[in-house]
Each structure stands twice: as structure tokens, then as C-alpha cells.
Write a protein that binds this ligand. Structure first.
Ligand code: UN1
Length: 489
């Protein structure tokens, strides 16, 4: 089996730990490679390399840095099929989605390449004569990117592309469930001509490699996507760093009686079972008006039962496996919670097959907002139908959880749509579309416990990886004092 290395200062090397771990194909449980268990020393070296390299990198004019990013996008396009297959194999999602994962990376590198010709600050009049005022952007310096397995090419790219265009040095620590995707991505960056030391990659555990990155004083920014507990821990440990957190959700689709129910059905299937429910934006709750509950339940269950489970790389599969054994156990644990709390299981609720981490698409109905299956993030193919009477109750149900990432309303009534936009407390709201499918040139992130108020992607992604410098240029040739009254005698 191939042993893969980590990437420090432009060299592929072994970890000082001398230890490795395996990454599995979740459909077969077969290992696909051996990976370095990076430790504190590896991370320290990576940080030092990034610290040395970013000064030069940030001196390159941003439009020229953009050209390198565009090259990354071109190479990703060329390699889309191969990388898609790898995503399907290592992470498990079905091929069309695996290719979408790569496409999202292409999109963000293209978009951020263009940002190299903007990176806008602003200019504004000074209160004094002959004085000019403006802002410019500065890189943070060294940034640590800690990324999850569910979008193993796209999410590292969401962070890498803006961090690079802003002129930072980077240490990437990917999830230990998908290290090979991260390695292949970094190889593409290397091939595109990112100078040595600018991007470093250390695979390994969060409590050693990750912790060093979070605590090290030379690191000026951390961008993390993952679970809430880890996010809260990072915020405590990171000290005076700029921290961006994206910590999941308990997203809901509202279905109003005036909605196109067929459209809503497609949205619920795509949002609930797409990526096997393993998206932060997954629609794990469907809040349904009681007047259409029965008909919707019937159709939803019928369609869910027809979804074909199988390996992501098998063309016939509609739904892939969960990422690992722990995810399988967690999903099943929530089925048991749902049953114990009195929710009605309409379909699914058990493991599928005996090899691979497959779980049947699962639908509960008559779920109430205080049940655990309605409140906690499961990150599996489990959807809770919550019946309500009317829009106000529906909105209240959407807002009853601690998270606030994505939401959706299906309605043909413009008032309902705008009331939902106004009242729902989530970072993203869709109208007549599912909760998933964020585009890279718009901000992404959530309210409440989904994060700490930051957003990534779009222009907000540039804000995440840059600092603002305010510049005053006084060309009056005399001492001018802001805020001080000029006394005339
Ligand atoms: C995530 O699940 O963390 O909007 C990201 C979407 C994708 C990104 C999801 N474009 O579902």
C-alpha cells in the first residue's frame, strides 16, 4: 500500500512521529493508503516555512497571484474526472456530487483569481483639507486551515483560494478521513506554481497537529469547518487570532399548502438524502403544513424507498455510504432516540448491508420541536417531518434550534416568501429551492451557534483572510489636527 507524505517548505517528507494511519473507502472498508501522523514538530516546521514564504508571496502583485490561481483552476478542470473518482472513493459521495465537489473548487479558484484585480479597499473624504483617506488590505500572515471530509476538495479550496489571493502563508490540516483528496489538491497547487513554503500540508490528528496550529503564536488566523464542540474549543485555545468558524446546522425546509408540492418533494429528497445527509446545509427537518402532511408523507416515503444505495463510484448509486463506523453508529443512535421520544418511523431506520457504512434513508414524522432528532445535527440520511399550522408556527419551528445555517421555504405566495426571509434566523435562505447548493461568489455561513459571525466565500472570504489598514496622507505641508477646534483670535 502506498505511503503518502506531508508537504513542508516545498518538500514531500515523512512525519517526525514515524507513525502512519489509514484512510478507508467507506463503501468497502478497504484501506486506500497510508498517511503520516503529523505531530507538533511537523506543524512548527510548516508554520516557519509559511512565515518565511508569505512575505515574498504577498509582494507579488495580486493580479499576478491571481494568474497562479487561474492555473490551479485550469489544472483542476483537466483533472476533474480523476479527482471526482477519488472523492467518490475516499469520501463516498456519488459521482455527480463528487464531480460537483471538484467543480466548486474550480469555481472558487476562478472567482478568487479575479479578486486579484479588485481586492477593494475604500476611499473617503477626510474631514481636513489637503488630506487623503483610504483603506488597503493586508494579508494576515500565516493562516491555519482545518478542513472537514464532507467536501474534501471544495472546502479546502474555499479557504485556500481567498487565503492565497490575499497573500498569506498557509498550513492546511485536512480531516483524517480524507487525507488523499487534500494531498492531490496540494499537488495541483504545486504544479500550478505556488512558490515553495506558501502552502504546507500536514495530515494527522487534531489533538496534536491541529492543536499546535491553533495555539501557535506565529499563526495569525484560523479557518475551521467542522463540529460545534471542536469550534468552541478552538475559540478558547486560539488566543488573539482571527478565527472563522463554520459549525454545522439543523436546516429546515418549510412547505406551505400553496407550494408546488412536486417541486418541494424534489427539494426535500435532494436536501435530505443528497451527500447521504452529510452536508452542514442538509435539510434534516421538513416543516410541513398539516393540510398537506399526509399526501407529502406518502410521496416522500415512496421516493425515498426507491433510492438506490451503493458505492459512490458505482453509476447506479443514488446514495453513498456514511463516512465511517462512528457516523453509522451515531445515525443509528438517533433513530433509537426518535423512537424512544415517540416520533413515528415511516421508513429506514437501519443499516444497509454488512460491508461499508451504509444506512437506509430514514424518515420520521409527527416529530415535535423538542425531540432530539429535531434539534441536534445527525449528519446522516435522517429527515424529521414536523407538522405545523400555518406560517408563523413554521417559522417558529425553524428558529427553535440552536443553529442557523441554511433554510428554505416552498410557497407560491410572495408574502409568505418575504416573511420567511425576514423572520428566519439563518445565514442562508432559499425560496423554492432546497437548503443546499451555495455558490462560491456569495457569502456562506450561519447565525447563532453555526459560527462566530464570520462568513466565507464571496467577498466575505476576502475579509476572512485579510486585515484592513487605514491610510491617511496629509499633503497640506502643515500640522493639521483632527478633532481639535482651531481657536481664532
Ligand atoms: C458544507 O456542507 O459544509 O451549499 C458545505 C452546499 C455546498 C456546500 C456545503 N455548496 O450544500
Amino acid at each position: 500500500m502506498q505511503e503518502h507524505k506531508i508537504y513542508i517548505d516545498g518538500q514531500w517528507v515523512k512525519s517526525e512521529s514515524g507513525r502512519t494511519f489509514l484512510s478507508l473507502d467507506p463503501a468497502t472498508e478497504r484501506p486506500i493508503g497510508k498517511f503520516q501522523q503529523g505531530n507538533e514538530n511537523d506543524v512548527k516546521k510548516a508554520i516557519d516555512a509559511a512565515e518565511d514564504a508569505y512575505h515574498k508571496w504577498s509582494e507579488i502583485p495580486a493580479p499576478k497571484r491571481g494568474e497562479v490561481l487561474l492555473k490551479v483552476a485550469e489544472l483542476l478542470k483537466k483533472e476533474k474526472q480523476r479527482l471526482g473518482k477519488l472523492v467518490a472513493t475516499e469520501m463516498g459521495k456519488v459521482m455527480p456530487e463528487a464531480l460537483g465537489d471538484v467543480q466548486e473548487a474550480i469555481d472558487v479558484f476562478e472567482y478568487m483569481a479575479g479578486e486579484g484585480r479588485r481586492l477593494y479597499g475604500h476611499t473617503t473624504p477626510s474631514e481636513l483639507k489637503d488630506k487623503f483617506a483610504m483603506t488597503i488590505r493586508m494579508p494576515l500572515g500565516v493562516v491555519g486551515l482545518i478542513t472537514p471530509w464532507n467536501f474534501p476538495i471544495a472546502i479546502p479550496s474555499w479557504k485556500l483560494a481567498p487565503a492565497l489571493i490575499c497573500g498569506n502563508g498557509i498550513v492546511l490540516k485536512p480531516s483524517s478521513d480524507t487525507p488523499l483528496c487534500a494531498i492531490e489538491l496540494v499537488k495541483i497547487l504545486e504544479k500550478a506554481g505556488i512558490p515553495k513554503g506558501v502552502v504546507n500540508l500536514v495530515t494527522g490528528p487534531g489533538d496534536t497537529a491541529g492543536k499546535e496550529l491553533i495555539k501557535n503564536d506565529k499563526v495569525r488566523g484560523i479557518s475551521f469547518t467542522g463540529n460545534k464542540d471542536t469550534g468552541e474549543w478552538i475559540l478558547k485555545e486560539a488566543g488573539l487570532k482571527k478565527v472563522g468558524l463554520e459549525l454545522g446546522g439543523k436546516n429546515a425546509i418549510i412547505i406551505m399548502p400553496d407550494a408546488d408540492l412536486n417541486l418541494a418533494l424534489e427539494g426535500a429528497l435532494w436536501g435530505g438524502f443528497g451527500t447521504t445527509g452529510q452536508r452542514c446545509t442538509a435539510a434534516s427537518r421538513v416543516i410541513i403544513d398539516r393540510s398537506v402532511q399526509k399526501i407529502f408523507e406518502r410521496n416522500f416515503v415512496d421516493r425515498a424507498r426507491r433510492l438506490k444505495l451503493g458505492a459512490g463510484y458505482d453509476k447506479k448509486s443514488d446514495v453513498g455510504p456514511l463516512i465511517n463506523k462512528y457516523a453509522l453508529e451515531k445515525t443509528h443512535k438517533y433513530t433509537l432516540f426518535g423512537l424512544a421520544e415517540g416520533a413515528k418511523l415511516l421508513t429506514g431506520g437501519r443499516r444497509f448491508g454488512s460491508k461499508g457504512f451504509f444506512y437506509e434513508p430514514t424518515i420520521f414524522t409527527d416529530v415535535s420541536v423538542n425531540m432530539r432528532i429535531a434539534k441536534e445535527e445527525i449528519f446522516g440520511p435522517t429527515v424529521s417531518l414536523i407538522p405545523v399550522n400555518g406560517l408563523d408556527e413554521a417559522i417558529e419551528a425553524v428558529n427553535s434550534v440552536e443553529y442557523g445555517l441554511s433554510s428554505s421555504i416552498y410557497t407560491n405566495n410572495i408574502r409568505n416568501a418575504f416573511k420567511a426571509i425576514e423572520k428566519i434566523e439563518t445565514g442562508i435562505t432559499y425560496v423554492n429551492a432546497s437548503t443546499i447548493g451555495a455558490e462560491v461568489h456569495l457569502p456562506f455561513g450561519g447565525m447563532r451557534h453555526t459560527g462566530n459571525g464570520t462568513r466565507e466565500a464571496g467577498i466575505e472570504g476576502i475579509n476572512e483572510f485579510s486585515e484592513t489598514k487605514t491610510v491617511y496622507i496629509d499633503y497640506s505641508g502643515r500640522l493639521q489636527k483632527a478633532q481639535i477646534d482651531v481657536v481664532k483670535d
